[in-house]
Design a protein around this ligand. Structure first.
Ligand code: V0V
Ligand code: CO
Length: 144
């Protein structure tokens, strides 16, 4: 079962400047930040709210770390803005298999490592009405 919006991914050219916009405009503080070399991003997670399933919902601000990363490619084409939406589940493997059986392309054979040690996979935007969609199982849902 998909039980929450885990995060909304927002692509930006300058992470520090974007973090400052969200802090100054809305009062959201950085909950966690890291570099994910495999995905080619530097990211900041801003916690918006805890959720009833023991998880939480975040904004994920993303800056590319290299020119050949998916986010750099997307920014060059579209400019800054909403890049993906992520649904939270306790069972990313099961959800991915179930969704794949419905004919939607799941991009990874096995989930990869995402923010804060989570396990993530993506669904192809062309099979999801133009929305790049991520599935997330948090590393320790009871703590977030
Ligand atoms: C590409 N397209 C998108 C899109 N990216 N549509 C909606 N939202 C996006 N974000 C469209 C694009 O406009 C093209 O449509 C078509 O898909 C093919 O795109 P492309 O530019 O040729 O790029 P590809 O095919 O090389 O790559 C697209 C995919 C790639 C989706 C396969 O971006 C990917 O593997 N994404 C998953 C990984 C990722 O995004 N990582 C960064 C976030 P037309 O022009 O043909 O109509 S990392 C993250 O979220 C983490 C770490 C976390 O949450 O913890
Ligand atoms: Co994400």
């Amino acid at each position: 079962m998909l039980t929450r919006i885990d995060h909304i991914g927002i692509a930006c050219f300058d992470l520090d400047r974007t973090v400052e916009f969200y802090r100054a405009t809305y009062g959201f503080e950085v909950f966690h930040s890291e570099v994910n070399e495999e995905q080619g991003v530097r990211e900041a997670m801003l916690k918006i709210n805890d959720t009833g399933d023991g998880g939480a919902s975040y904004l994920q601000l993303l800056e590319p770390t290299r020119e050949d990363s998916t986010v750099a490619k997307w920014l060059a084409k579209n400019g800054e803005g909403v890049h993906h939406i992520a649904f939270g589940t306790t069972d990313v493997d099961g959800e991915a298999a179930d969704i794949r059986s419905k004919g939607v392309r799941v991009l990874y054979d096995e989930p990869r490592i995402g923010s804060m040690g989570s396990r993530i996979t993506f669904l192809h935007p062309k099979d999801c009405g133009g929305v790049l969609t991520e599935l997330v199982t948090s590393a320790a849902p009871q703590e977030h």
